[in-house]
Design a protein around this ligand. Structure first.
Ligand code: COA
Ligand code: ZN
Length: 316
């Protein structure tokens, strides 16, 4: 079985760092992960540079990412203006963000969830009228498993919003545990429900490891039939508008777990651990997470058989 891993550190990770990271470091990060076999990266956010100066170089970063062969280039977009910028630059996926929790939506994108849905409809219309290559339009539902402002978020609320976004024209869906409130039982139930509600459209799970349940939640989502996961190199991440939010599950730990289970990620783990070292050094001193890079691979660890085969046959 093939599991898709999407690197989001270059967006989720970098938005949590207030000092500006040079463009050359961002593009090095993209090159390194691409060389490891990662084939989808959320490379930046199209947000007002005044609000998050970290992404003021989004144009250069996207232009660079587009030159990496076979890479699906996605970008986070909070509104129509962001979608216009992403569309002009020719990204492959527009990852639109809105929150199930009304309070987080107001804090994060300064409007109600209903207003965010209406803006999404405008984005879908914009893309459908676009003459050039049409990107996929993805609905990213934040705080799907809890909110540090409101607390509990019901599965009912998530299902209702997911269906609204499907009706509005979403090609894909991301369910995000933005603040690390999820547990495996809740994850399995929610993803099973949403999957059966939405039918065949791709669903990605996005977990933060704030309370150490990130990888357990991945296992629960796998049981619900999910085969696409966001993760961040060295577990860097966190929403600046969600109090107490911290890092994503670490990409290298996720690859280690999946490959140990015989699930093919297409990613060269030894190379990825080296890439982590290179990127952490280039980024400087920040709160890094993840254990496999520190502990080292177990003696006799082998990549899943399917990966060894796919690597010897074609470069994925
Ligand atoms: N890209 C660049 N500029 C943008 C923009 C975008 N996506 N959206 C708005 N702007 C500009 C406007 O043109 C306007 O510029 P001006 O002051 O020169 O006229 C200014 O920003 C304010 O625009 P407005 O529509 O009033 O936005 P706002 O201040 O209400 O903010 C969002 C709304 C959605 C843009 C903002 O809350 C946001 O970017 N949130 C995302 C936060 C985030 O990244 N969170 C983490 C990810 S989950
Ligand atoms: Zn996140």
């Amino acid at each position: 079985m093939i599991i898709k891993i999407n690197e989001v550190g270059t967006r989720d990770g970098l938005q949590s760092i207030s000092t500006f990271i040079p463009t050359a470091v961002k593009t090095l990060w993209l090159d390194e992960e691409h060389a490891c076999g990662v084939r989808e990266i959320e490379v930046c956010s199209f947000v007002p540079p005044k609000l998050i100066p970290q992404f003021s170089d989004a144009t250069d970063v996207v232009e660079h990412a587009k030159r990496l062969s076979g890479l699906t280039v996605s970008a986070l977009v909070p509104n129509l203006k962001g979608a216009q910028r992403a569309l002009e630059l020719g990204v492959d996926k527009i990852n639109y963000v809105l929150s199930v929790s009304e309070s987080h939506n107001l804090a994060n994108v300064r409007r109600t969830t209903k207003e965010s849905v209406a803006d999404f409809e405008r984005i879908v219309a914009l893309v459908s009228e676009h003459q050039g290559k049409k990107p996929k339009v993805v609905a990213g539902l934040s705080t799907a498993l809890g909110c540090t402002i409101e607390g509990k978020v019901t599965h009912e609320a998530v299902r209702t919003l997911a269906l609204l976004m499907l009706k509005a024209g979403a090609d894909e869906m991301i369910l995000a545990d933005t603040v690390g409130y999820a547990d495996p039982k809740a994850v399995k139930q929610l993803f099973q429900q949403v999957k059966s509600d939405l039918g065949p459209i791709p669903i990605t799970a996005h977990f933060h490891d704030t309370r150490a349940l990130g990888l357990a939640n991945v296992c629960a989502a796998l049981e619900a039939g999910i085969d696409s996961f966001d993760a961040s190199l060295a577990g860097l991440g966190g929403c600046p508008y969600a109090p107490g939010a911290s890092g994503n599950i670490a990409t290298e730990d996720l690859v280690f777990m999946l490959e140990s289970m015989g699930l093919n990620t297409g990613i060269d783990l030894t190379k990825l651990i080296k890439a982590r070292q290179t990127i952490c050094q280039a980024l400087g001193d920040h709160p890094y997470h993840g254990t496999i890079a520190k502990a080292g691979l177990p003696i006799g660890f082998e990549l899943s058989q399917s990966q060894s085969q796919s690597q010897s046959q074609s470069p994925h």
